[in-house]
Design a protein around this ligand. Structure first.
Ligand code: ZN
Length: 277
């Protein structure tokens, strides 16, 4: 998806920088008569921009309850409720479409959650969780992006699996030589990695004005759900169910909805910017 945009943008840039003005200037300077100026053509209609797509992933579900709080709060319920509120808040946004990887208390494998985001053509993927820690004093919100070392092998191996390249990045690798395909894949992957870092930073900085943060709230780890090489992805730990204060917030429908509204307010502009990137 991104590489397609990158390629299109650079092509459009080349076409936009047409040689005409320079040519006309050079002709005038040399005293060559210029043809009669034609009446300006009406500007081509710009197709309306498609809405930005946000995929929210309520962590856990079904037989996997996730973390369990001291008062019996289940992470899988908290995450679903927060995602539903974020969607409800953002439903007024005409420029945004929000999808949830699960609507009910069901078990969804991690890989299917990532595949769902690819199917929807997500501009941003946000997985919502609530943490647990042996230290009951640990509290606050934090966000993770994928911890990754760029590996050339990855791009080369993926370039060989042409149908996957098309599914993930939206370009036809069979029509491109393997070397070029690998370069495009690597570019796209770096782009989405940087976009994930940036999204994490903006969300944490924004919600940090209203919500208590964990010490070192910007974190990275190789969570399976952050494995998309094409979609900027962030996992948000909304607090610790093992901390009595955090659990109080996360189990109260009102406090939880307020937290979800703060998150919605930060996630929306990030998603729109990623669409326009
Ligand atoms: Zn979790």
């Amino acid at each position: 998806m991104y590489s397609r945009r990158i390629v299109l943008t650079s092509l459009l840039g080349l076409l936009g920088g047409t040689a005409l003005p320079g040519g006309a200037y050079a002709a005038r300077r040399k005293g060559i008569p210029l043809p009669e100026a034609k009446p300006p053509r009406p500007a081509p209609k710009v197709p309306p921009r498609p809405p930005a797509v946000l995929v929210l992933d309520p962590g856990h579900g079904g037989r996997d309850p996730g973390a369990i709080g001291g008062r019996g709060t289940l992470e899988k319920d908290v995450t679903l409720s927060i995602c539903q509120t974020i969607r409800q808040v953002l439903s007024k946004h005409k420029d945004l479409r929000v999808f949830l990887t699960r609507e009910r208390d069901t078990y969804i494998p991690l890989a299917s959650r990532v595949a769902f985001a690819h199917d929807k053509g997500a501009d941003l993927f946000i997985s919502i969780h609530a943490d647990a820690a042996p230290n009951r004093r640990a509290r606050g919100l934090s966000a993770y992006s994928r911890a990754e070392k760029a590996s050339d092998d990855f791009a080369r191996a993926l370039a060989d699996r042409e149908n996957q390249v098309d599914a993930i990045y939206g370009f036809d690798a069979s029509a491109t030589d393997r070397q070029t395909a690998a370069i495009l894949i690597d570019l796209a992957r770096r782009h989405s990695h940087n976009a994930s870092l940036n999204a994490k930073r903006r969300i944490i900085t924004g919600v940090g004005r209203s919500v208590p943060l964990l010490d070192n709230p910007m974190r990275s780890a190789n969570f399976a759900v952050l494995r998309s090489p094409a979609i900027p992805s962030v996992l948000i730990e909304t607090g610790f169910l093992t901390n009595p204060q955090d659990e109080k917030v996360l189990r109260s429908p009102r406090a939880r909805a307020e937290l979800a509204r703060f998150l919605a307010g930060e996630i929306a502009p990030v998603t729109l910017d990623l669409r326009d990137a």
